[in-house]
Design a protein around this ligand. Structure first.
Ligand SMILES: [Zn+2]
Length: 254
């Protein structure tokens, strides 16, 4: 399986509009971060995790010509706002399969009502087929088993996903012990780390590193990064040898 980091930034992306912060002004391409998302691919299958406001640009950057589905972690705009841009895939492939918690699907129905409209649909409107994801119910995509991992973004439930020995968790602040058990024996763990300072709804760097220590994957990649984390090159040097800051357009093979 290949994992392509489509975006590794927090909700505003980096650079932040109008910001004079040194990280926002950095010329290092690794300090440019679109909103968080990843593309998983194997054989002839490709699935995106989340579909934020940079989705169109990300699909172009990854040269993604066929997308077999989108797994949603939660409904926040930085993870969902790009849903209108699935149309080129609809025109070529038909309805886009989407996967998410019932609450996330209901939120999408309110915010993208025209996508879910069954009568008098606008010609060319995006179209989806929905699979509701439930805690403790594995499901299958492209011949692979997906294990939903339940976690908490402050008070908001979020899903991470495990496929084979890879797991992707974002926007996590807390996770229950029985869910941690679903993450044993990982080769690669992707997990959010917002910044150095603590935050109410995201792991900071210290919490993410403690979580990685607990899970003990072979390698871990940090994502959903704010400009307050610091310069990519400088922060990377402070990390344990099996932990990496992800960056946009990084592709790893598992
Ligand atoms: Zn987010």
């Amino acid at each position: 399986m290949k994992v392509y980091f489509l975006g590794t930034g927090t909700s505003q992306g980096i650079p932040v509009i109008g910001s004079d912060h040194p990280v926002c002004l950095s010329r290092d391409t690794k300090d440019k971060r679109l909103r968080v998302s990843a593309l998983l691919s194997w054989e002839n299958q490709s699935y995106a995790i989340d579909c934020g406001p940079d989705f169109r640009q990300q699909m172009l950057a990854a040269n993604c010509r066929k997308l077999d589905g989108i797994l949603f972690t939660h409904e926040h705009a930085d993870h969902t706002a790009g849903l209108d841009d699935i149309r080129p895939f609809n025109f070529r492939q038909g309805d886009m399969p989407i996967y998410g918690h019932k609450r996330v699907i209901e939120s999408l129905k309110r915010r993208f009502d025209y996508i879910f409209e069954t009568e008098n649909r606008y010609p060319g409107a995006p179209s989806v087929t929905v699979t509701e994801v439930e805690k403790d119910s594995d499901f299958e995509i492209g011949g692979k088993k997906v294990i939903p991992v339940n976690a908490w973004h402050a008070d908001l439930q979020v899903f991470g996903y495990r496929i084979d020995n890879f797991a992707y968790l974002t926007d996590v602040k807390t996770i229950e012990p029985e869910e941690i058990e679903k993450l044993r024996g990982l080769k690669v763990l992707v997990v959010n780390a917002l910044r150095i300072e603590p935050h109410i709804s995201h792991f900071n760097l210290e919490e993410a590193l403690a979580f990685i220590k607990l899970i003990q994957p072979e390698r871990a990649y940090l994502t959903h990064i704010s400009h307050h984390m610091g310069f990519h090159e400088e922060v990377q040097q402070t990390l344990p040898e099996n932990v990496f800051l992800a960056y946009d357009n990084l592709e790893i093979v598992i």
